[in-house]
Design a protein around this ligand. Structure first.
Ligand SMILES: NC(=O)c1ccc[n+]([C@@H]2O[C@H](COP(=O)([O-])OP(=O)(O)OC[C@H]3O[C@@H](n4cnc5c(N)ncnc54)[C@H](O)[C@@H]3O)[C@@H](O)[C@H]2O)c1
Length: 336
């Protein structure tokens, strides 16, 4: 990769930041300049291999560290004005999904990002993987009748994840990846209905307030419908899958394997050539000022977050929620 050095900072140096840092360490144009976490011991440990500056106050880091790009890797409830402070200084942003638990903050951040004209990438890694890319290529231009998605897993170790008011639950926090892939491959979601169950399978676990299981119905602008079933009570017996019904055929995405049956009804695109990692794409886009290398900008990811938060509200209020009702018509229509 040829281009200038990109000076990178991080806010949040927990689990996912570690994965990004390991990949960035292999990219010659990436310079890990400064790291920030409210946990001082953790940030010192993360910074040591890079000789990066250490901060516990993100505002101070953004003011001082002369960054080209900032990774925001905090939990969903902990996003605040960091994205705005960075955008106002012209610092390009890599924000982990979901962009925010609070849509008003995300909408405000988007206005600053747009005004600043910075590049943004949100951590929807599936968009960089061969199976999902092949699925998108296959479904583009085809009429999908219905999709069925399920993702059943357990509870991750991070304590905030189990608290509904902090993570938003499994759909908002994890199955957001599959919802985002549906939007990418099938077009925009218009309306959402949902039914959740709480404290049945987790009734003896006082620390867990996220729903045990979430059943969600998505209606797309195309007229297609998708059902999404997600649950976090299956422990290590977790499983997932993505199924699509087309005229006279079905497509199944299982991990990175796309199967279309019966054979011969549709032409199936070949597996794509080797792809850059999401981090390599981001660094390259910033170094060479090429937004087209990025597949999930902040506005796009804001809509994915809104679809999942619409499900939470639909389950709470027992009614259908229109996505535009949550994000506002202007942002909803911007990308179309
Ligand atoms: N794209 C992916 O595949 C993927 C995978 C895992 C996690 N994630 C996302 O990354 C985010 C973080 O997840 P994680 O597993 O790394 O969590 P984590 O708990 O391991 O790390 C979060 C870190 O943020 C720090 N933090 C919290 N508030 C802060 C603040 N105001 N300023 C500075 N630091 C702060 C915490 O101290 C902690 O070190 C979540 O939104 C999660 O969904 C994405």
């Amino acid at each position: 990769m040829a281009g200038k050095t990109v000076r990178i900072g991080f806010v949040g140096t927990g689990g996912i930041a570690g994965a990004h840092l390991r990949r960035l360490a292999e990219i010659p144009e990436a310079e890990i300049a400064a790291l920030c976490d409210i946990d001082e011991a953790r940030v010192k440990q993360a910074a040591a291999p890079f000789g990066a500056a250490v901060y516990t106050d993100a505002k101070k880091m953004i003011g001082e560290a002369k960054l080209d790009a900032l990774y925001v890797c905090v939990p969903p409830f902990a996003h605040g004005d960091v994205e705005i402070l960075a955008a106002d200084k012209g610092i390009h942003l890599f924000v982990e999904k979901p962009v925010n638990l609070y849509l008003d903050q995300a909408k405000k951040a988007w206005q600053h990002i747009k005004k600043a004209g910075i590049l943004t990438q949100v951590g929807y890694t599936l968009r960089y993987l061969p199976g999902p890319m092949r699925l998108k290529a296959f479904l583009t231009g085809k009429e999908v009748g219905a999709a069925h998605i399920f993702r059943w897993g357990g509870l991750p170790g991070t304590p905030w994840w189990r608290v509904y008011d902090k993570s938003g639950g499994q759909l908002v926090e994890m199955t957001t990846h599959q919802v985002d892939l549906l939007r990418w491959a099938m077009g925009e979601v218009e309306a959402v209905a949902a039914s959740y169950s709480f404290k049945r399978l987790h009734r003896d676990d006082a620390s867990t307030t996220v729903p045990d299981s979430q059943a969600v119905l998505l209606r797309f602008k195309s007229g297609a419908a998708a059902t999404v079933s997600t649950g976090c009570a299956a422990g290590k017996a977790g499983q997932g899958g993505m199924y699509f019904m087309l005229k006279d055929a079905k497509a199944v995405l299982d991990g990175d394997t796309l199967t279309v049956s019966p054979e011969g009804v549709y032409e199936v695109p070949p597996a794509p050539a080797e792809q850059p990692s999401i981090d390599a794409a981001f660094v390259r886009a910033v170094a060479s000022n090429q937004p087209k290398l990025l597949r999930s900008d902040f506005r796009d990811a804001l809509i994915t977050a809104a679809v999942t938060l619409a499900a939470n509200r639909a389950a709470e209020e027992g009614r259908v929620i229109h996505v535009a009702e949550l994000v506002g018509e202007e942002i909803y229509r911007e990308g179309q």
